[in-house]
Design a protein around this ligand. Structure first.
Ligand code: GLA
Length: 376
């Protein structure tokens, strides 16, 4: 299976946790289309944990959808999602039970992969709770990687071991297409920043076919739902979404998309941000900091058409003015080029800067630019 670009979609967990159902999936899929998410490039509708009965079928040993939540079975939900031109994702776990205490796929990998394939599943998130002692986690991801390939269907393998066992060193070898590299996100500024900053030195291991997944977005949750703690403001959501884009991370929305507001819709469908995220070279950004304040972060990313993405992030509690010195990113004063930058969040005319530029950034906020070289 070829996964050239970071996968984009929606996952049930952040908002709904175990309160999922056939009707929720259908309503959310309808909203997904109506909001223009499909047109913007989002593709996957993913059901996370707690979709199954507490025990396997005693005769077939297969996983069984909870009939109270999914009275028409999974194939029917999957068909609905496919009829809308989208792809269908589900969840299981490498251990004996899932994190929400439902049967996991340990020692049932090949059977479960076949079951998922028979339901038309296109994406499998594979978690890491209840791993038996004495068995290496890496081996369990290898097993499911092979089981999915043997299932007879192209299924995107989304590993989720939260960065354990130096996952970035071996995960690509298991056949996984994306991998969670941190613990769970919560909807507060501290949480998304901690996740982002912890990955700055690991982004070089993320590339087409196997992307570093910094977790489902909390953008647009405003504190509501399962992982909604104190919530974030729109400046934080701009920063979170822009960081994920600069990282070429999978964009899995986690808010209640049936209730998405216009501000969120505009942000998550911003064509320039999505273009940066989906850039086919998926290079890690060059990382720059303010000389004495590492809460002011500068990211500079090569794009496939010869332009660059520049992001300036202010994790302080007050407005800041950040100097971006072009020579830090490969453009010395002697080069004979200036940088023309276009502000992709606020719009306006392109501006040309020589050697450096100063960028005003509100607290918790970010500024995002597309830059190109211009000969003097
Ligand atoms: C783990 C994962 C989460 C979610 C839950 C479900 O915590 O990291 O993303 O899938 O399990 O129980």
């Amino acid at each position: 299976m070829l996964v050239h670009r970071p996968p984009m979609g929606w996952n049930t967990w952040n908002t709904f946790g175990w309160e999922i159902s056939d009707s929720l999936i259908r309503e959310s899929t309808e909203a997904f289309i109506a909001l223009g998410l499909k047109d913007a490039g989002y593709q996957y509708i993913v059901i996370d944990d707690c979709w199954s009965k507490k025990l396997r079928d005693p005769e077939t040993d297969c996983l069984v959808p909870d009939p109270d939540k999914f009275p028409h079975g999974m194939k029917s939900v999957s068909d609905f999602v496919h009829e809308k031109g989208l792809k269908f994702g589900m969840y299981s776990c490498a251990g004996q039970r899932t994190c929400g205490d439902h049967p996991g796929s340990f020692d049932h990998e090949f059977l479960d992969a076949k079951t998922f394939a028979s339901w038309g599943v296109d994406f499998l998130k594979y978690d890491f709770c209840y791993k038996p002692h004495g068995i290496e986690g890496e081996l369990l991801y290898r097993r499911m990687g092979m089981a999915l390939r043997a299932s007879g269907r192209d299924i995107l393998f989304s590993a989720c071991n939260w960065g354990s066992d130096n996952v970035w060193q071996w995960i690509r070898s298991t056949g996984a297409h994306m991998y969670r590299s941190t613990g769970d996100i919560f909807d507060n500024p501290e949480s998304y920043r901690r996740i982002a900053v912890s990955q700055l030195d690991k982004l070089g291991a993320s590339a087409p076919q196997c992307f570093n997944d910094v977790d489902m977005l909390t953008v647009g949750m405003y504190g509501k739902g399962l992982v909604g703690s104190e919530g974030c403001n729109d400046a934080d959501y701009r920063s979170q979404f822009s960081l994920w884009c600069m990282f070429s991370a999978p964009l899995m929305l986690g808010c209640d998309i049936r209730k998405m507001n216009e501000e969120t819709r505009k942000l998550v469908t911003n064509p320039d941000l999505i273009r940066i995220n989906q850039d086919q070279e998926a290079r890690p950004p060059i990382i720059g900091h303010h000389p004495w304040n590492d809460k002011l972060l500068i990211l500079f990313k090569h794009l496939d058409d010869g332009t660059y993405a520049l992001g300036v992030f202010n994790m302080e509690e007050k407005e800041a003015e950040v100097g971006v010195t072009f020579s830090d990113y490969g453009l010395p004063a002697s080069a004979g080029y200036d940088l023309a930058v276009r502000d992709i969040l606020n719009g306006g005319e392109e501006e040309t800067h020589r050697e450096y530029m100063r960028v005003k950034v509100g607290n918790h906020d970010c500024r995002m630019f597309i830059a190109r070289l211009v000969k003097r």
